[in-house]
Design a protein around this ligand. Structure first.
Ligand code: NDP
Length: 394
């Protein structure tokens, strides 16, 4: 792991992939609050040129990129005369990640973030890692690039960031178990009949976290926690059967590490993504954030319960994919992305998501996954298969 000890004094050069999203905008907020500490190399967005241009004018990056090529003219005209270089298209996002920046926030949603995140890792950058689908669809490939190129992955997902903060990397053999906490999402107490009727608007109305649409639906199905088990497997090298999930609706305890002597260490805080983002942004130092401070007396009772495997089968599906290995997690991820999109577009019901993921996993062979070409092949095949199921379900 590379430690950037110059971070205290010299400005750290940063790039934000997915700056217009929920995690990206929180990162931009922290950068704007710390102007002397960071110099922004590039900001990238998917389509939201208006927000990207506002962020660029505030942070003055060298480069602003929009992934959708049709949005190039709009971005170029919004930034005309600013001196900020402008580019568009998926390859331009990958190129932006490849430009020299000490630190790259990977906050694109879905497997679309794979190639840009790999580009940042290939040049040995510190990668602040929010885009969990990258590790789910290409964990072995990504971790091998990180190892070979000397990159550093800093977990930003609040659960994995919590574990990172209390994980003894010098003595991993002293760790028995990782315990990921889960809010339980908006349907924590809903019956399967109720879930069958929920709308996209209800599914994205998360009780605690304000997040992008895709992760909000994942949180409602609890596939998010399944993806996080896979993410934790790769980030911390822990086998699947030593990664547990605990439902904790208040989202104050962000995850726990159990040691062989019975000690359990946890990281706590108010549910504000700026806390884990700031941890990664300043790492190995710390910077203040505007997040509300944790007041345990006011928080009152904190509750914990086991997840219900019957009402939330996504956890079982994710564990199954991890146990199968090879391309199975890639298939799980691609099918889930397609099904969630279908649900958000009103084409399928909420419970069809897990059904489509399960059908994809059990029908498609996820044999050995050796390289990026294998990832692309499994991903494309699963997307086609799941898209067909969405059409047939609609
Ligand atoms: P959002 O949907 O809010 O933002 C996604 C970002 O990715 C936007 O900037 C979007 O651009 C961009 N984007 C979308 N498609 C593409 C594409 N094809 N190419 C390039 N850029 C694209 O997502 P979140 O911020 O909620 O989540 C981002 C990632 O972080 C996800 O993997 C999520 O699981 C993870 N995460 C999120 C948390 C949260 O609190 N939100 C917490 C922990 C993890 P645009 O909007 O301009 O189209």
């Amino acid at each position: 792991m590379v430690v950037d000890d110059a971070g205290e004094n010299a400005p750290r050069t940063v790039t934000v992939l997915g700056s217009t999203g929920s995690v990206g905008a929180s990162t931009v907020d922290l950068l704007a609050r710390n102007p002397g500490r960071y110099r922004v190399e590039a900001l990238t967005a998917g389509r939201n040129v208006e927000l990207l241009a506002r962020q660029a004018l505030a942070l003055r990056p060298a480069l602003a990129v929009v992934a959708d090529p049709d949005r190039y003219e709009a971005l170029a005209s919004a930034l005309a005369g600013s001196g900020i270089e402008v580019a568009a298209g998926p390859q331009a996002v990958v190129d932006a990640a490849g430009r020299p920046a000490d630190w790259v926030m990977a906050a694109i949603v879905g497997a679309a973030g794979l190639e840009p995140t790999l580009a940042a890792a290939r040049r040995g950058a510190i990668v602040a890692f929010a885009n969990k689908e990258v590790l789910v669809c290409a964990g072995p490939v990504m971790m091998e690039v990180v190892r070979q190129c000397g990159a550093t992955l800093l977990p930003v997902d609040s659960e994995h960031n919590a574990i990172f903060q209390v994980f003894d990397f010098a003595r991993p053999e002293a760790i028995d178990r990782l315990i990921l906490t889960a809010s339980g999402g908006p349907f924590r107490n809903a019956s399967r009949d109720e879930m069958a009727r929920v709308t996209p608007a209800q599914a994205i109305a998360h009780p605690i976290w304000d997040m992008g649409a895709k992760i909000s639906v994942d949180s409602a199905t609890m596939m998010n926690k399944g993806l996080e088990i896979i993410e934790a497997r790769f980030l911390f090298g822990m086998p699947e059967d030593r990664i547990d999930v605990l439902v904790h609706p208040q989202s104050v305890v962000h995850s726990l590490v159990e040691y062989v002597d019975g000690s359990v260490l946890a990281q706590l805080g108010t549910p504000d993504m700026r806390i884990p983002i700031a941890h990664a942004l300043a790492w190995p130092h710390r910077i203040p954030t505007p997040a509300a401070r944790l007041d345990l007396a006011r928080a009152g009772t904190l509750t914990f319960e086991a997840p219900d495997p019957d009402r939330f089968p996504a956890l079982r599906l994710a564990r199954h994919a991890l146990q199968c290995g090879g391309g199975a997690p890639t298939i799980l991820n691609a099918a889930n992305e397609v099904a969630v999109q279908g649900f958000l577009e009103g084409r399928i019901g909420f419970l069809d998501i897990e059904r489509i993921v399960e059908r994809s996993l059990t029908t498609l062979a996820g044999d050995a996954m050796l390289d990026l070409d294998d990832v692309r092949r499994f991903d494309a095949r699963a997307r086609r298969f799941a898209a067909d199921l969405v059409t047939k379900s609609g």
